[in-house]
Design a protein around this ligand. Structure first.
Ligand SMILES: N[C@@H](CCC(=O)N[C@@H](CS)C(=O)NCC(=O)O)C(=O)O
Length: 244
């Protein structure tokens, strides 16, 4: 049985994962938290998943920083999705490998950096207003202020021209499209952590926005479908924010 056909496991005792939640606590939309969800499923693990909001910074004080995902594994605290992936690989070597081999870790690091550096900003420009609409009322002011500072303009102005923003995103995805024209997954014949770094970005948009990022005939669609179906359809079944 390959990693992705393994059924979604039951919650694993001793593993706790703090995940960003929308106003609806079932909607967990952070791209980085999705990388970790997929990594856990790949390892056949699950965690007690705790909803966290931007305004709950003090709840992460124990981790020494203020961003999610934060994972607690048998009392050991690990923050940052990349560090969590490395931790899971090291702590659970007998379970399916996230990277294939130690030699492949640097390349996965590049894919993660590409997803964070190129995809995240391009997708944000499409879905910022939807994120603001669906987050908890206590988070709205912080989100608006911090993101308007980051993008240098009001959220509505950044996301105003959806067609142009989508065209920019789709152009930026060309390298991914080229790779997936030759192979089933970024990692080759079966998915690995590099796939989850990219897929997490799509899950971010899927969970929080009604806007479809890809054209129906995009070569990336079949790859995304395969990952939505992985682990017993875990990602496909994830709660999404109610369209309004
Ligand atoms: N490099 C970090 C990034 C984590 C990150 O930016 N998390 C966001 C949620 S997607 C967050 O916690 N933001 C809190 C804030 O903006 O105050 C990782 O990969 O885990």
């Amino acid at each position: 049985m390959s990693a992705t056909t393994m059924p979604t496991p039951a919650a694993t005792e001793g593993l706790k994962l703090f995940e960003l939640a929308a106003a609806d606590p079932e909607v967990r939309f952070s791209p980085h938290c999705w990388k970790t969800r997929m990594a856990l499923a790949h390892k056949g693990l699950d965690a007690n998943r705790v909803p966290w909001r931007f305004s709950d910074k003090q709840e992460l004080a124990f981790s020494g920083q203020g961003f999610v995902p934060v994972m607690v594994d048998q009392g050991e605290v690990v923050s940052d999705s990349w560090q969590i992936a490395l931790h899971l690989e090291q702590r659970y070597p007998e379970r399916p490998s996230l990277f294939g081999s130690a030699d492949a870790v640097p390349l996965a690091r590049f894919v993660n950096a590409w997803a964070d550096g190129v995809m995240l900003g391009a997708i944000a420009k499409v879905i910022l207003v939807d994120i603001h609409r669906h987050i908890d009322v206590r988070d709205k002011e912080y989100f608006r202020t911090s993101r308007e500072k980051r993008f240098g303009a009001p959220l509505e102005a950044v996301a105003a021209d959806t067609a142009s923003r989508l065209a920019e995103l789709r152009a930026a995805l060309a390298p991914l499209r080229s790779v997936l024209g030759h192979q089933e997954f970024v990692c080759g014949a079966s998915p690995g952590y590099a796939d989850y770094c990219v897929f997490g970005m799509f899950m971010w948009a899927r969970c929080i926005s009604g806007i479809e990022l890809l054209a129906p005939d995009d070569k990336l669609v079949p790859w995304r479908e395969r990952l939505l179906d992985a682990f017993g359809g875990m990602a496909r079944q994830a709660a999404i924010a109610a369209k309004s």
